[in-house]
Ligand binder design. Structure first.
Ligand SMILES: Cc1ncc(COP(=O)(O)O)c(C=O)c1O
Length: 379
């Protein structure tokens, strides 16, 4: 149970998830099998993309993307710093160099496409974008830069299932799109993820590397479709399982109404907060459909200590908040890759994430906005 009267997030779960789990347990096939396949088909159809391959989580999906694109030690990958560390860790797993790109500013927390151009060197191999909160990066500009310089593009679309840029669903622009079904995401299975691609060869490689580089899966062998196997590449155990896939299928059926509700709640937040001159509400220029994984606001001034004081007062009022994100380039492990990122640092010190989930009530949003305004306008 939450200690907060208004938590940051709540699962959109009911008896349907429970029934799906029980049914899977009773089927007596609980590792990767028919439910993973069905979830993959549903997900590919939802994104209108050729291939969706389920994974243990998004971190493994990002690593697979790096491996399959043959990113090697010393290659440079342009990445955001205002992201979860997993985006950048995937670059390091293959020994490549993360080249941090600043965000546009407090009203657009995504990587600035104009700056990407300036970071390209002869060693640059790929651009890794992260669609913050499900708000799309400028994929028109980014894909044009990638094409011009012959770069690969990987989309960390963890926050953006069903989000669109100019009518195309996120994850469908780059060579790969990677999604997370971590507990607090729009689609929650506990742990879980998906890697999507238009490319048949990449999809075959993802399936192979996901399961030890083996030429057949145990489910296929159990069905008598294959008795032996070869190991043809150095793969991993990055598989999802059918228990999680069963939950995922129920979650996918709920996704659209869940996201539509989030859109209405965001509109209410924007209406209530936009006139507060102490705050920036990012992404107000956004027009297409967005998943609204989170609702971020950015304090106009004050610094990290002031932001923490504001959050403390919110918590004392029973309202849970979070920060998305501490900047990756400031972490100890990333010191040698550090560069000047003034907008990222400002956002990392001034952003506050407010509660948002499908079952959040209108009254709760009003209470959050009232409380936040009182706190920031008092001093
Ligand atoms: C932007 C981003 N990238 C990557 C990840 C990693 O996903 P996972 O926890 O499924 O490995 C997350 C969330 O956890 C995330 O928010």
């Amino acid at each position: 149970m939450s200690e907060y009267s208004i938590p940051l997030f709540d699962l959109n779960f009911d008896e349907e998830e429970e029934k799906a789990v029980v049914k899977t347990l009773r089927s007596r096939w609980i590792s990767m099998g028919p439910r993973c396949e069905e979830l993959e088909q549903m997900f590919a159809a939802m994104l209108s993309i050729r291939h969706a391959i389920s994974t243990a989580n998004c971190t493994t999906a990002l690593h697979l993307a790096m491996r399959i694109l043959q990113i090697e030690p010393g290659d440079e990958i342009i990445v955001p710093s205002l992201t979860f560390v997993a985006t950048v860790n995937a670059v390091r797993y293959v020994g490549a160099v993360p080249v941090f790109c600043d965000i546009k500013g407090a009203d657009d927390l995504n990587m600035d496409a104009a700056l990407i151009q300036q970071l390209i060197t002869p060693r640059t191999r790929a651009i890794m974008v992260m669609h913050y909160g499900g708000f799309p990066c400028r994929m028109d500009k980014i894909m044009a830069i990638a094409k011009k310089h012959d770069l690969k593009v990987v989309e960390d679309a963890c926050h953006g299932p069903m989000s669109e840029f100019e009518g195309i669903k996120l994850g469908g622009f780059g060579d790969f799109g990677c999604f997370s079904f971590f507990a607090n995401k729009n689609i929650s299975t506990g742990e879980g993820g998906m890697i999507v691609t238009k490319n048949d060869d990449y999809a075959a490689r993802a399936r192979l590397l996901r399961s030890h580089g083996m030429t057949s899966l145990s489910y296929e062998r159990a069905r008598g479709h294959s008795t032996g196997y070869d190991v043809v590449d150095l793969g991993y155990n990055y598989r999802m399982d059918d228990i999680r896939a069963a939950i995922g299928m129920v979650q996918l059926q709920k996704l659209l109404p869940d996201l539509q509700r989030r859109v209405r709640l965001r509109d209410l937040y924007v209406e209530q907060l936009t006139s507060c001159d102490r705050l920036v509400v990012p992404f107000q220029a956004q027009r297409g459909f967005v998943s609204n994984y989170i609702f971020p606001v950015v304090l106009r001034e004050g610094g990290a200590d002031y932001r923490e004081a504001v959050r403390k007062k919110m918590h004392a009022a029973g309202i849970q908040t979070s920060v998305h994100y501490p900047a990756v380039h400031r972490f100890s492990i990333y010191q040698s890759f550090r560069r000047k990122l003034p907008h990222t640092e400002f956002a990392a010190d001034h952003e506050i994430t407010l509660p948002l989930y499908a079952n959040l009530s209108v009254d709760s949003v009003l209470q959050v906005c009232r409380t936040l305004r009182e706190i920031v306008e008092e001093g």
